[in-house]
Design a protein around this ligand. Structure first.
Ligand SMILES: NC(=O)c1ccc[n+]([C@@H]2O[C@H](COP(=O)([O-])OP(=O)(O)OC[C@H]3O[C@@H](n4cnc5c(N)ncnc54)[C@H](OP(=O)(O)O)[C@@H]3O)[C@@H](O)[C@H]2O)c1
Length: 325
């Protein structure tokens, strides 16, 4: 697996990371512990060195799983986690007070069964705590050796600049895919200017871009709260997947691989973190790092996507309100 550097920070990660959220964060669905640990270790065996979790996933249990699964490989892997959701529950609100950041970091270290966190992200920008105070707190944690690098998630360009002036930001983790291209307007140019890496989450559009979702989701599926995944919006947005599938077929790759290869082709300092609970899909996703899209193919994808209007918000109102503008 190729490696990539996240901006100017020197942090090197596998070109494709592994988003661990779905392993057990599906309200009781997901994998049992033994299978999840086997999958995590299979990912390491196939060259993935970059793993993403958060206090809020579970809450708590995802970090424990990642800690246990990666324990034998601790020195070889980069573990990223996040603080900032009130009581570790995204829908409850935000809490990035310095004392909370410290307490959450200590608890995450225990759950991850490690004495340092490679990359610590603020999960969402807290409007009640100046970002300079957040950056200053993480700076102290870095000086204490508990954290190596600082990241933000879904932060605006203005917030990124302010935080970066206090403690260099190594990576921004925000949604980016052929299903959500808003970061291209202001965020990606800002990251490029400041030398900050980009870690796109939901790079497969939460599964939609793989072409495996074409009708109403099962009642237990957590994506049901997302307007884009209502039955009528799924139907309307399939026009995008159908168009991408045609291009993928001509190249003899899957639509999911096309979606990942497209992200990887945007900038050399981007490392997406797709999630899966299945080994064959993990292998399929890893193969996307060997796919080269030509300038003509990239232009065709661009024209195709620009010609399609997608419908439905990407978050329910309560979570949309938490996005930093
Ligand atoms: N910072 C944030 O606020 C934030 C928000 C969301 C997510 N994240 C992070 O980003 C990671 C990934 O995001 P995500 O899980 O929302 O979306 P994603 O990676 O775009 O999609 C995951 C979904 O795609 C399916 N899938 C994966 N590979 C596939 C393939 N080759 N063919 C068909 N289906 C495939 C998975 O199902 P199966 O399991 O059945 O394969 C799963 O339902 C998370 O694990 C988490 O670490 C961060």
């Amino acid at each position: 697996m190729q490696k990539r550097k996240l901006g100017n920070s020197g942090l090197e990660v596998s070109a494709l990371g592994f988003g661990c959220m779905g392993l057990n964060f599906l309200d009781g669905k997901g994998l049992d512990k033994k299978d999840a640990i086997t999958l995590l270790r299979s990912a390491v065996g196939r060259g993935i060195t970059f793993f993403d979790t958060a206090e809020a996933y579970g809450p708590y249990t995802n970090e424990e799983l990642v800690g246990e699964g990666l324990r034998p490989y601790r020195k070889e892997v980069i573990i990223a986690t996040k603080f900032g959701c009130k009581d570790a529950r995204p829908a409850t609100g935000l809490d990035s007070r310095p004392e909370t950041i410290r307490a959450v970091t200590e608890a995450s270290l225990k759950r991850l069964n490690t004495d340092y966190i490679d990359l610590l992200y603020q999960h969402r920008v807290d409007p009640n705590v100046p970002i300079e105070d957040v950056a200053g707190t993480v700076k102290d944690l870095i000086q204490e050796g508990k954290v190596k690098y600082f990241g933000l998630s879904e932060a605006s360009a203005k917030t990124i600049r302010k935080a970066h002036s206090v403690q260099p930001v190594t990576a921004l983790q925000s949604e980016y895919s052929l299903f959500w291209r808003e970061p291209e307007t202001e965020i990606i140019p800002t990251l490029e200017e400041l030398g900050i890496g980009f870690v796109p989450f939901s790079p497969l559009g939460k599964g939609f871009l793989t072409g495996t979702i074409n009708s109403k989701l099962a009642d237990v599926d957590r994506r049901n709260v997302i307007p884009r995944f209502s039955e009528e919006n799924i139907k309307a947005n399939l026009i995008l997947v159908d168009a991408l599938s045609e291009i993928a077929e001509q190249k003899n790759i899957t639509t999911g691989q096309l979606a990942l290869a497209w992200i990887l082709a945007q900038k050399p300092w981007i490392a997406p973190i797709p999630g899966t609970t299945k080994l064959h899909r993990l292998e399929e996703n890893i193969r996307s790092t060997d796919i080269v899209l030509t300038a003509d193919e990239l232009a065709k994808i661009n024209t195709t996507v620009n010609g399609i209007t997608l419908v439905g918000e990407r978050y329910p109102e309560v979570l949309e309100k938490q996005i930093d503008r």
